[in-house]
Design a protein around this ligand. Structure first.
Ligand code: 48H
Length: 256
């Protein structure tokens, strides 16, 4: 019995990993924008692998505002919340609250059920850059990178890579730093997140969701950091809409 259980887990995991060595879309970071994008792309038949550094997908959702595990949205987020079966409650003045645990678990479950493959506890530490196109990611176990062990990584090839790594926009950052590529911003580089301005930040996050370079897209707070947008605190409609928008842009490129 003991051996059977171990064998089943090992076999299934390696099947899953092997099936995802080459995919349509790699999503880096399982926060709200990345998970909505992964859901929408997988639901439309694309092969999607989502790599998350932490053990638990969900990114900045779980903690709500300052550990109070509720987040805010406005009614423009309803269509996405409805798609995932996540509830919302009026807080007056056009604002609504969403239970952070329900939102995180709903997005995780929805993306899984749509067919996206989650790989948690794995960090993306580099990109593949070929013929002036981002063509995949370089991955390693998070404990290996955090313990600074000298262990070489493995590679996942992809038609498109989505940077949904949140505030640090890690993939865009390493692409500009290591590859010296110019990205689709006013300066050609990373402009850096600006201070809090809720209304503006919600809008520009979605506007700044785009292709940065052939093969590389950006969503959520990473889009904000890349294009110099304002932060907006624990209101999540912009993140959800950013995920939906980037999935549409990628679908247009991939023709599905
Ligand atoms: C693998 C990685 C790597 C890597 C990071 O920050 P997130 O929740 O992402 P978004 O942009 O969808 O949502 C942002 C939102 O949570 C937020 O912070 C808001 C609204 N802030 C407003 C404000 O004013 O502060 O999730 C990103 C995920 C995390 O889970 C990271 O662990 C993961 O990406 N990640 N995974 N490889 N190199 N880098």
């Amino acid at each position: 019995m003991e051996e059977k259980i171990s064998r089943a887990i090992i076999q299934k995991y390696f099947e899953k990993l092997q099936a995802n060595l080459s995919v349509d879309v790699v999503v880096v970071g399982a926060g709200p924008s990345g998970m909505v994008a992964a859901h929408d792309l997988a639901a439309s038949g694309r092969k999607v692998a989502i790599f998350e550094r932490k053990l638990a997908p969900g990114g900045g959702i779980w903690g709500g505002g300052m550990f109070f595990n509720e987040v805010a949205v406005r009614d423009d987020a309803f269509p996405i919340l409805d798609d995932f079966g996540v509830g919302y409650h009026s807080a007056g003045d056009g604002y609504y609250t969403v239970d952070a645990v329900e939102l995180a678990s709903g997005l995780i479950f929805g993306a899984c059920r749509a067919g996206a493959s989650f790989f948690n506890a794995i960090s993306v530490e580099d990109i593949v850059l070929k013929d002036e196109r981002v063509a995949g990611v370089v991955i390693n176990w998070t404990p290996i990178t955090s313990l600074e062990m000298h262990v070489d990584p493995l590679v996942i090839t992809a038609r498109v890579v989505l940077d949904s790594t949140g505030h640090p926009s890690e993939i865009a950052e390493l692409a500009t730093r290591k590859a010296g590529i110019k990205i689709e911003t006013a300066t050609g580089g990373i402009m850096g997140e600006r201070p809090m301005w809720v209304e503006k930040g919600e809008v520009t996050t979605v506007e700044d969701t785009k292709m940065l370079y052939p093969g590389l897209y950006v969503s959520g707070m990473a889009a904000n950091n890349v294009s110099g947008g304002f932060r907006m605190g624990p209101i999540f409609g912009g993140m959800l809409k950013s995920g939906r928008k980037v999935a549409e842009l990628i679908r247009e490129e991939l023709g599905c």
